[in-house]
Design a protein around this ligand. Structure first.
Ligand SMILES: Cc1ncc(COP(=O)(O)O)c(C=O)c1O
Length: 397
């Protein structure tokens, strides 16, 4: 088992992050870390927990007020029929939640259907749990949604899980209610589990976020996975959660949480209670600002690098996942076996801009590049200016 981990890939996002540490005055558009400050409701609850010396061991599943707040949120906001707080397990962010869920669900060789493009740790965690990631392309012409017929074709006798990530990282594609209804019918007919990663539930600009677990009967076979990282700007604090109705599966997942963390940080959990019970205004404020930054970046990109990138501003999440024009790139001297890597390396070295090559999100996504648009307006403007300067230096040669 130890050696087996040598075959589990390290995401290029981590590789790029390490490259970025060598860059002076970088523009960190490589990682999905929002530039906002955490809401006061969270910070005050953290301070109170410290003053009250809440620094001791906790129940592995999470503190009761937090499980209660999450269960209520799932019922009221996501319309998921959670009956008891017992169904909620608190995790060390969404990553830990997905890790526990895949390890609880998968047997060696089980196949998991995943979008292409997808946030790379998902594929790695499926592999770490002994499963096989089967990526099915999202269609750019469908605003980065699946053609659901493709899902039906990808199912084999080994398929055990359908993993949904809507809004999708990196493409921002948002599945519609009709998509989810069709997927629900397929999952039911083929007796599949559904893992619904809703990390970006609050970042939707067009259409609405619907959890597949809210559709009739679907919570029985769906594990919805959430994180507070993005919605409350606390990526480094590490609080997430998921809900499982099935008691036996939940007990199994609890053991995985137990032996990977014992309990999530006490201070983080008390802070999270403050965030959940307080005003939710920050979420609406963040989304309004993220929409502005999205549009600002897409507009600026055309001015900074005319003809180099194409793509429609996404319906959700906070990334620009754009297609590289190989001809324009070649004219600028940017080419390589992997165009997306060549472009990423070019922008990092020549313009100090962190970005992630499309191929890292799936083989079908070679030729694309991801920029994170949740950075501050100043950082986005600086990155665009730096890109413009780097490309004009090439043109002048
Ligand atoms: C699709 C997706 N799921 C889950 C996560 C997990 O986030 P965290 O571990 O910070 O809670 C991320 C983070 O970027 C993500 O993009």
């Amino acid at each position: 088992m130890g050696k087996f981990y040598d075959s589990v890939p390290v995401s290029a996002i981590v590789r790029i992050r390490d490259m970025m540490y060598t860059v002076k005055d970088p523009f960190r558009l490589d990682q999905g870390d929002v530039s906002f400050d955490a809401p006061d409701t969270f910070k005050q609850a953290v301070a109170k927990a410290m003053t009250e010396n809440r620094t001791h061991y906790l129940p592995t599943a999470g503190i009761p007020p937090l499980r209660k707040a999450f269960a209520k949120k799932l019922r009221d906001k996501n319309h998921i029929p959670v009956e008891s707080d017992e169904e909620i397990l608190v995790t060390n962010g969404g990553t830990h939640g997905l890790y526990a869920v895949f390890h609880a669900l998968l047997e060696p060789g089980d196949e998991v259907i995943i979008p292409d493009p997808e946030w790379p740790p998902t594929m790695a965690m499926v592999q770490a749990a002994g499963g096989k990631a089967v990526q099915v392309p999202l269609r750019e012409e469908l605003r980065f949604r699946w053609n659901i017929d493709d899902i039906e074709k990808a199912i084999t006798p080994k398929t055990r899980v359908l993993y949904l990530n809507s809004p999708n990282n990196p493409s921002g594609g948002v599945l519609t209610k009709e998509d989810l209804e069709r997927l629900a019918a397929i999952a039911t007919a083929k007796n599949l589990w559904v893992v619904s990663d809703e990390a970006y539930e609050d970042v939707v600009y067009r259409g609405e976020h619907v959890s597949i677990a809210s559709l009739p009967g679907m919570y029985d076979r769906t594990i919805p996975v959430y994180t507070l990282s993005k919605s409350y700007a606390i990526t480094g604090v590490r609080v997430g959660y998921f809900a499982i109705k099935d008691k036996a599966l939940r007990d199994r997942a609890l053991k995985i949480v137990l032996y990977t963390t014992s309990n999530v940080s006490s201070i983080a959990q008390y802070g999270a209670v403050g965030a959940m019970e307080g005003s939710q205004q920050c979420i609406a404020d963040f989304t309004t600002e993220l929409l502005f930054r999205r549009d600002m970046f897409y507009q600026g990109l055309q001015e900074a690098a005319p003809g180099m990138f194409s793509g429609t501003p996404p319906d959700g999440a906070f990334y620009a996942f754009v297609k590289i024009n190989p001809e324009v790139a070649k004219n600028a001297g940017i080419a390589g076996e992997s165009l997306s890597w060549a472009m990423a390396e070019y922008l990092i070295k020549n313009a100090r801009i962190g970005c992630v090559p499309g191929v890292d999100f799936g083989a079908n996504s070679e030729g694309y590049l991801r920029f994170c648009t949740c950075r501050s307006r100043e950082e986005l403007t600086g990155a665009l200016q730096s890109m413009k300067e780097a490309l004009s230096r090439v043109a002048a040669r």
